[in-house]
Design a protein around this ligand. Structure first.
Ligand code: AMP
Length: 151
């Protein structure tokens, strides 16, 4: 019996993202589910607003292209058919919710660092995704890796 038909994996493209891949793959296999990947790019204008007296669009285009390539590479390594690789722009939690709704996702997989103290008070992406999601959310504990992502 399949519990989850459509699974969305939120990928931050860090070296830690691989830690989500194996769990998401096993879940997708066990449920014979459709698997989607999403990476959200927060626009440079969110960070810099109108404070930078230059056109950021070509830098933004390069970031978008880089993200597409890295997400495609991540998808190839998942060893499971990927139904959609989505690189979207905006606020991370909002865009994950929006995409999950539009794809009729029934499980979102996110990484969680299991932070506590001040970091917990400030919130995390996993926390933000959980609040406001219309479906189940699986927070996979990820461990910080020392090595920089060489991909
Ligand atoms: P964080 O709380 O920012 O350390 O991120 C924890 C998890 O949130 C990551 O493992 C991803 O599953 C998800 N996440 C964070 N940033 C993004 C992003 N830009 N796009 C997609 N998922 C993200």
């Amino acid at each position: 019996m399949s519990i989850y038909n459509v699974i969305l994996v939120a990928v931050d493209l860090s070296s830690e993202a691989q830690q989500l891949a194996s769990k998401a793959r096993e879940l997708a296999h066990a449920n014979n589910a459709t698997l989607h990947l999403v990476h959200v790019i927060e626009p440079l204008s969110f960070a810099y607003g109108g404070d930078v007296p230059m056109d950021l669009s070509s830098i933004q285009d390069q970031l978008d292209e880089h993200a597409h390539n890295k997400l495609a590479h991540f998808g190839e390594r998942m060893d499971y058919p990927i139904s959609g690789q989505h690189v979207v722009s905006g606020h991370t939690e909002t865009e994950i919710h929006r995409l999950a709704d539009s794809l009729n996702v029934d499980l979102i997989v996110v990484g969680s660092h299991g932070r506590h103290g001040l970091a917990l008070l400030l919130g995390s992406t996993a926390n933000g995704v959980l609040h406001g999601a219309h479906c189940d959310v699986l927070a996979v504990r990820v461990h910080e890796t020392e090595a920089p992502d060489s991909e």
